[in-house]
Design a protein around this ligand. Structure first.
Ligand SMILES: Nc1ncnc2c1ncn2[C@@H]1O[C@H](COP(=O)(O)OP(=O)(O)O)[C@@H](O)[C@H]1O
Ligand SMILES: [Mg+2]
Length: 480
């Protein structure tokens, strides 16, 4: 319990405040007592001073009998005890007792001091005669030259006790109230600090165990609130990063599975046909030889497919690598597309397709990596030819102030709606059997999309099954 911030702050606060209030209580008692004694001393002094006028004449004449009623009268009216002492120390008159029965007072400190000439001498003592604590004040009685007596006035200090008792009660109640308030204050103060800290550690623990939605709500508006806000901010960012990481991990796993799968198919075929070939190749019969030649063709086809896949994978991994940088030059887009079209001349003739390239207005050269951009058109025109049995392929190039827009349309088989938004994913083919027949890898469009993105451009597709497909590429003239 002593280890928590709460208990540390609370106990430190409480101890200081309690000690402080008790100190104040006691010192105020002492101040009040001193104040009272000094007031009392002053009034004793006034009483003594005034009494002197009545006392001096009989004392001078040594008429002690006459002194007694005088001081008794004053004593009763002022509630003080008056005693008159002669220079040899004998008590010559006392307001309360018979002087003859009293001890010699020459050794009483206040009396001694008065005889030595001190104006006012006080003493607080325990009176053995009255068994009470008393305040004494002694003043010398003189005729201007000689001190011929001392007048001593005294009062019970018990009366002070009575007076301070009332005050004491009030003070103690006040102090008690103050201590309670101090404890309450300390409690809330300590709580105000320890609660947010406790919540912070609780939430930190939650976040630590993977709950990135955990949030801290601190009501104060001090540094702790700032801390909480920064913590929430951090958690959010870490959470987002974590999500991205998990997604990337999933994509990577998928990719590995896909690659393995894609590679296994041709490899299995190659292995199977090679094993069969091993049997037929030994035979010298013409029929067997013909069979062998067919197997070799199949093996060759699958080997080509393997090489295609591996090549595409290399291109992709190259494009995705952090180190990859596109090399920008000024590119004449029409010339570039024309060069690509030439590669497909034979296949277009074979399929009896028409291919048209057109442009509107004069075109400015664009900033691009010409080798990568060629790959884009190779892939798109390859697809257009592959997936079009009859009709035409058209390529239109337009420019506005900021962009080059290229539309590649075919009148082919089209892409079913449900596949449209996935064809740019790696290994995604709209129709497995169809794609196999055409010998695709499913990587072409993801390479295309990558390259376009590296050029800060966009690519979109529109297609209707049985009618045809159109791809629209938008490339900025200047890259930022
Ligand atoms: N012009 C097109 N006409 C019809 N379908 C297309 C066309 N272009 C792409 N596709 C579909 O998108 C899929 C992905 O294309 P791509 O990534 O180039 O892979 P592939 O190696 O199969 O060509 C293809 O398998 C095909 O189903
Ligand atoms: Mg393709």
């Amino acid at each position: 319990m002593w280890r928590t911030i709460f208990s540390k702050i609370f106990s430190a606060n409480a101890v200081i405040l309690v000690i402080f209030s008790i100190l104040i209580l006691f010192s105020s008692f002492e101040v009040i007592r001193q104040q009272y004694i000094s007031t009392l001393t002053r009034s004793l002094a006034s009483i003594a001073d005034v009494s002197l006028y009545a006392i001096k004449p009989p004392l001078k004449k040594h008429n002690y009998k006459k002194l007694k009623p005088i001081i008794k009268d004053i004593s009763e009216k002022t509630n003080t005890r008056l005693t008159i002492i002669s220079p040899d120390g004998t008590v010559v008159a006392d307001s309360e007792e018979e002087a003859e029965h009293m001890d010699n007072h020459g050794n009483r400190p206040e009396v001694k001091e008065a005889f030595s000439g001190k104006e006012r001498s006080t003493s607080i003592r325990y009176s053995s005669t009255l068994e009470k604590e008393m305040l004494y004040l002694a003043i010398p009685i003189d005729d201007g030259k000689n001190i011929y007596g001392v007048l001593r006035a005294s009062i019970f200090l018990k009366d002070i006790g009575d007076l301070t008792a009332v005050l004491k009660g009030n003070m103690i109640r006040l102090t008690f109230f103050f201590i309670i308030m101090a404890l309450l204050g300390s409690y809330f103060f300590a709580k105000g600090i320890s609660d947010p800290v406790r919540e912070l550690s609780l939430i930190a623990e939650k976040v630590g165990s993977g709950d990135f939605n955990a949030k801290i709500h601190i009501k104060n508006s001090d540094e702790l609130k700032q801390l909480g806000d920064s913590f929430n901010n951090m958690t959010e960012k870490v959470g987002a990063l974590f999500k991205e990481l998990k997604h990337m991990e999933a994509v990577r796993k998928d990719f590995v599975t896909n690659v393995s799968h894609e590679l296994r198919t041709p490899l299995t075929a190659i292995k199977g046909f090679t094993e069969t070939l091993k049997q037929t190749v030994k035979s010298s019969k013409p029929a067997a030889r013909k069979e062998s030649a067919r197997y070799v063709d199949i093996i060759l086809k699958h080997s080509e497919r393997l090489i295609n896949i591996v090549n595409d994978l290399l291109v992709l991994s190259n494009l995705e690598s952090r180190k990859f940088k596109i090399e920008l030059t000024e590119v004449n887009i029409i010339n570039l597309i024309n060069d690509v079209i030439k590669l497909f001349d034979d296949r277009i003739k074979q399929k009896k397709l028409k291919l048209r390239l057109s442009k509107t207005g004069s075109l400015k050269p664009i900033q691009a990596d010409s080798f990568r951009l060629e790959q884009v058109f190779v892939n798109l025109i390859d697809n257009a030819i592959k997936y079009t049995e009859k009709g035409s392929i058209s390529i239109e190039v337009n420019q506005d102030e900021t962009n080059t827009i290229i539309d590649i349309k075919d009148t082919g088989i089209g892409i079913p709606k449900e596949h449209l938004n996935r064809i740019f994913e790696r290994f995604y083919v709209a129709d497995k059997s169809r794609s196999k027949k055409f010998g695709g890898t499913g990587l072409g469009l993801s390479i295309v999309k990558h390259i376009i993105q590296l050029h800060q451009g966009t690519i979109d597709v529109e297609s209707r099954q049985g009618t045809g497909t159109g791809f629209r590429i938008i490339l900025p003239l200047q890259l930022s």
